[in-house]
Ligand binder design. Structure first.
Ligand code: AMP
Length: 328
């Protein structure tokens, strides 16, 4: 699909653009809410896919699933300043709206909601007075290393849900803790949103697709494969009957240590529902392996359901996908 934005790149609020392929690019909350209300009034179901843009095949898998299950899909593209602690991280976050619109349209989206920061936070950069915080779930793992991160995520997602109204919302298991936080927020606040978790898309060598991968050199990208290797090593131990979480976590950490340039944050066996650490694995309790590490200054996360993944499989791909933008 050849897509051109017209009129060219407006920067003021309130301008709605129409692009080829029937994707509407909307920049204001009120216009987006009106469009979704109108769709529901016409009997259409709405699917929402929140993203920070720089779309890759992982995002597109969410959009494709949403468009298979919903009549109108809105992809939101917003690099949310509230969830970044490190100013350098947000400054370097890739922004590729034009190709995002094209990819979202190709995957089946009808609307791309891409608001300027002042539309989402009119007082920005002043602090937002009202925020959403999911106690407990958001405090560990990513929350511990990135204080305030999940409050930022919950707040922006709550705002997107307030705009979207009743819908299905699609999130990737790639951000497993985020998915758990959002599910809990929806439950606690009785929001009229059905949360759908979607599997992690990977490159054929096992690296989980991430918008941050573009910041890795080819050498760092090769080194980053140690994360998925570590998860598979943990899953292999479990498949062989190891039930002690500490033994599994130590084995995962040893795999990461094979790459001295990788700085491991955590490699953990957790309960799949509330992400509490487990001491020993029980067959009747769903668990998840989580990992986070920094490679060349880039923070990467990954996770695996050890029971769904047959760890003995070689070569390594778990679920694989090609990256339409080559930004793996
Ligand atoms: P982000 O733009 O990184 O905030 O991600 C937007 C959504 O896409 C989140 O629900 C992510 O979990 C999901 N996502 C990111 N990477 C992947 C992937 N490799 N596979 C599946 N979903 C993904």
């Amino acid at each position: 699909m050849t897509t051109t934005l017209f009129p060219p790149s407006p920067t003021t609020l309130g301008i709605e653009r129409q692009v080829a392929g029937n994707v509407r690019v909307i920049e204001t909350i009120s216009q987006c809410a009106t469009a979704l209300d109108a769709a529901r009034a016409a009997g259409l179901s709405v699917g929402l896919v929140p993203t920070m843009g720089a779309l890759h095949a992982g995002h597109c898998s969410l959009v494709e699933r949403a468009s298979a299950e919903c009549d109108l899909v809105v992809v939101t593209v917003f690099v949310n300043p509230l969830q970044f602690g490190d100013p350098d991280d947000i400054a370097r976050y890739p922004r590729t709206l034009e190709s995002d619109v094209e990819l979202a349209g190709t995957a089946g989206a009808g609307i791309v909601f891409a608001p300027p920061v002042k539309e989402m936070y009119p007082g920005f950069p002043a602090a937002v007075a009202t925020t959403v915080s999911v106690a407990g779930l958001g405090d560990h793992w990513e929350g511990a290393s990135r204080p305030g991160h999940f409050d930022g995520v919950s707040t922006v997602v709550a705002k997107l849900f307030a705009m979207s109204g009743r819908c299905r919302a699609y999130f990737g298991e790639k951000d497993f803790q985020q998915l758990a936080v959002v599910r809990r927020m929806v439950r606690d606040l009785s929001l009229p949103i059905e949360i759908i978790g979607c599997p992690t898309m990977r490159d054929e060598d096992g690296l989980a697709l991430s918008s941050r991968n573009v910041r890795l050199s080819s050498d760092q990208r090769r080194v980053a494969l140690v994360l998925s290797r570590s998860l598979r090593a943990g899953a292999a131990l479990i498949a062989r009957g190891e039930g002690r979480a500490q033994v599994i976590e130590d084995a995962m950490a040893r795999v990461v240590a094979e790459e001295p340039s990788v700085d491991l944050d955590y490699a953990a066996v957790v309960h799949a529902d509330d992400l509490r650490g487990v001491a020993s694995i029980r067959p009747d309790v769903a668990i998840r392996l989580l990992i986070a590490a920094t490679v060349g200054g880039v923070r990467l996360i990954d996770n695996l359901d050890p029971r769904a993944h047959s760890a003995e499989r070689t070569p390594p791909p778990m679920s694989s996908a090609t990256d339409p933008k080559g930004i793996s």
